[in-house]
Design a protein around this ligand. Structure first.
Ligand SMILES: [Fe+2]
Length: 271
């Protein structure tokens, strides 16, 4: 009886191990999320943004897997693509091959990016810029459709960079503001601004998410509060994407790799 129970337990552990090591890290989920934005100009009604985050290209997150994810994003035909940091894991040697794959991303109105805590500023800026990707470090640009526009902004990383929200927002008027920000902990200050929508990553959804318990470890000073999904803070809506790759341990459990497709809608339509 004891041996039978021990064998069952061992088999269960092995299958959970195999699932979280071999299957789930490669099982990409595409999430469709509608974002309501106040006073969204009519030209931007229905605009789509595909978000990829935390690719962490490494020996565990292969070039072939990154290519597969890039193709999935392209099949969504987004108007804009947002990359929210952490392109490599541990070694910058993986940067040329990940940017080679990211160069294949296709968006009608541009690919925008910010850096994460695993990215080295100068090398990432060179590598991404050469591939036509707009790296935003504490800056914003207006995005025009006909004569109207909204702002796309990006901040430096909260932990390894010099996040300067004031500088990022300086000079903006009351047009809608969309912000790329690697670390969702920055919501602490962003929620006091008039930023409409923030796309973040960093947490990987905990990477391991235990049923009935949640993620035991989330790299955030707020614990698992901002681990993944949609959050409403003041005037700001924030979405935390679970990312593509893995860090620390090459496993995922109930925290599948994610590509998010946002559709912008004027919030007045929902009243
Ligand atoms: Fe990450």
């Amino acid at each position: 009886m004891f041996i039978k129970g021990a064998c069952g337990c061992l088999l269960g552990t092995m299958s959970v191990g195999s699932y979280s090591y071999l299957l789930e890290p490669r099982w990409v989920e595409i999430k469709n999320v509608t974002i309501k934005i106040n006073a969204l100009p009519k030209q931007f009604e229905g605009m789509t943004i595909a978000q990829m985050s935390d690719i962490h290209h490494s020996q565990y997150v292969t070039k072939e897997f990154v290519r597969k994810c890039v193709r999935k994003v392209n099949t969504l035909s987004p108007d804009i693509i947002a990359l929210t940091g952490d392109y490599v894991y541990c070694s910058q040697n993986f940067l040329p091959s990940v940017t080679e794959e990211l160069a294949e991303l296709k968006a009608k109105e541009g690919v925008f990016a910010v850096l994460g805590n695993h990215d080295q500023k100068d090398s990432a800026f060179d590598a991404l810029s050469k591939k036509g990707i707009h790296l935003l470090i504490n800056e914003h640009i207006p995005l025009y459709r006909k004569k109207d526009y909204l702002f796309i902004a990006g901040v430096d990383d909260l932990c390894q960079g010099n996040l300067d929200l004031e500088r990022t927002l300086r000079g903006m008027n009351d047009k809608p503001k969309i912000l790329l920000c690697h670390n969702p902990d920055a919501i602490e200050t962003i929620r006091n601004t008039d930023v409409d929508f923030v796309m973040a990553g960093h947490t990987h959804g905990g990477q391991v998410n235990l049923p009935l318990y949640g993620p035991p470890v989330v790299y955030s000073k707020f614990g698992n509060r901002y681990a993944a999904g949609l959050f409403y803070e003041g005037k700001t809506t924030m979405y935390v994407n679970k990312g593509i790759g893995v860090s620390v341990f090459p496993v995922r459990f109930f925290a599948r790799p994610e590509i998010t497709l946002f559709t912008l809608r004027n919030s007045c339509q929902f009243i």
